[in-house]
Design a protein around this ligand. Structure first.
Ligand SMILES: *Cc1c(COP(=O)(O)O)cnc(C)c1O
Length: 421
């Protein structure tokens, strides 16, 4: 392996950058996503032919299997990851005017779900070496109105839950994990989602386990699970009569078809996670010490990591080129890298228009004022959005030879980045 590796390196270093007419270093057919086979077909047909299409056996089975997979006592499935965050916040008793601390480096749902329940998203910055919520900045953002914290386990990297947990305990706050990237991630053997009071996951089509759409909440707290179930199930209480609706709820139920696909997906989840992890370790090894590349911090307490994507940062000054130009060069070599789709969440229209009272803007009426995000600035997140590179999760399912070629292509571009600008 070492021999092959160095051979690839020598070959690619001796050739021009593909962007400047050289041969691409990496001609790999990357695995397609989603992955599916006869198991999905069999379970889907079984559901179709049974005529039981609605909230039954397969949904219950998937919930039980997912609880086991994640090491949780209870799971409550629902239509998508966004709805899961909303129901978690409702279940935790977050109400109008409460403040909830969220990171700005995430998908919009982390913050918009907070606003959807009438609460106020308050942004705390991220850690430059993990891209997850920075506990020190969380502490600075706590006010008497703060009710909860939503750490996001970005790309499956688990946020610093011991420190966040200590802060939450000291200030009597709830922690709800947005684990939408963290299926199978573990901290010292304990699954993401039950490191705080509850956690939520997404099964949208880009996600590592998918049925096109879908979501789930996990928790060890039975009363919280029952409340969330009630919320997804038109406000029915556990064991109550069908047309008794004691709570204000919605209809957020998963269908049997989705559960059939998810059951099949779950049979591959562990094997795929281990492959992504092994491939990420190969990339780490090849890229560590390469001038101009900054890998995320190794975290031995994270005993499993789902790798929704592989992320690293660039030092543009050291490389002598811009991140965007670097990515163009990677793409030309055959590396499907991107700058990712995250920009600081508070820069979106829903936050920036808040103070003007535009339709659907965040006005938090119960807080007695319009909320302005115009002055919000999380400098670490701003910088990360400028210098980060993402590799998508399907790439991490490739054979080892493909991963070594990909790593060699990144080394090649880094070594010759000064020729790019
Ligand atoms: C995908 C995602 C969500 C929302 O999930 P949907 O199923 O698309 O509603 C929430 N948070 C993060 C971090 C996500 O990536």
């Amino acid at each position: 392996m070492t021999n092959n590796n160095s051979k690839i390196q020598i070959m690619s270093n001796s050739s021009q950058l593909a962007l400047r007419g050289g041969l691409p270093a990496c001609t790999v057919d990357w695995p397609m996503w989603p992955v599916f086979d006869g198991t999905e077909r069999r379970l889907l047909l079984e559901t179709l032919n049974s005529g039981k299409w609605w909230f039954g056996e397969k949904v219950r089975q998937f919930e039980a299997d997912f609880s086991t997979f994640q090491g949780a006592r209870f799971s409550v499935s629902c239509t998508n990851g966004t709805a899961a965050i909303e129901m978690a916040l409702k279940g935790l008793g977050v109400v109008e005017g409460d403040e909830v601390i969220v990171p700005p480096y995430s998908f919009i749902a982390t913050a918009s779900a907070v606003a959807m329940v009438g609460a106020i998203p308050v942004f705390a910055d991220i850690d430059p070496e993990t891209l997850c919520l920075d506990p020190a900045d969380v502490e600075r953002k706590i006010t008497p109105r703060t009710k909860a914290i939503i750490p996001v386990h970005v790309a499956g990297y688990i946020a610093d839950m011991p420190r966040l947990g200590a802060i939450a305990q000291q200030h009597n706050l709830q922690i709800m994990e947005d684990a939408a990237h963290a299926w199978g991630s573990q901290w010292e053997g304990r699954g993401a989602g039950v490191l705080g009071r509850c956690g939520t996951f997404s099964f949208q089509v880009s996600k590592n386990i998918t049925a096109g759409e879908g979501g789930i909440l996990v928790t060890d707290d039975e009363a919280l699970a029952d409340l969330c179930r009630s919320y997804t199930h038109c406000g029915r209480r556990k064991h109550s009569a069908w047309y008794d609706h004691d709570y204000l709820g919605s209809n957020l139920r998963l269908t049997e078809f989705q559960a059939a696909v998810l059951l099949a997906q779950l049979t591959r989840a562990e094997e795929q996670l281990l492959r992504r992890q092994a491939n990420a370790a190969l990339i780490d090894k090849a890229l560590s010490g390469v001038a101009g590349l900054r890998l995320l911090k190794p975290e031995p307490r994270m005993t499993r990591r789902s790798y929704h994507m592989y992320i690293f940062r660039l030092d543009e000054a050291l490389l002598g080129t811009s991140r965007d130009r670097f990515i163009e060069a990677l793409n030309a070599e055959g590396v499907p890298a991107s700058k990712g789709w995250y920009r600081p969440l508070y820069r979106n229209g829903i936050f920036q228009q808040g103070a003007t009272g535009a339709a659907h803007a965040i006005t938090a009426p119960f807080a007695g004022k319009g909320i302005s995000y115009a002055d919000v600035n999380c400098p670490v997140c701003e910088q990360v959005c400028r210098d980060v590179v993402w590799l998508p999760q399907n790439v991490l399912l490739a054979e080892e030879a493909g991963i070594l070629a990909l790593a060699a292509a990144i080394q090649k571009v880094a070594a010759r980045a000064h020729e790019l600008s």
